[in-house]
Design a protein. Structure first.
Length: 62
């Protein structure tokens, strides 16, 4: 994300809010980015010692 977009989104609390705003700005490109993020999350593995709540919060933010 460019520094300009980072500055515009620094007041958003959740990833979901940022994705919704980007979807409004960019249209269909965000759907592809969202799918890519979900794919990367699905292909990742939980590290030993990481709390399950952290992983669940990642899912909820999508």
């Amino acid at each position: 994300m460019s520094s300009v977009l980072q500055k515009q989104h620094e007041n958003f609390c959740t990833t979901k809010e940022i994705m919704k705003n980007l979807e409004d700005l960019l249209g269909g490109q965000v759907a592809l980015a969202r799918q890519s993020a979900i794919t990367n999350l699905m292909n990742s593995q939980q590290k030993i010692g990481t709390l399950v709540n952290i992983c669940l919060n990642l899912w909820n933010s999508l």
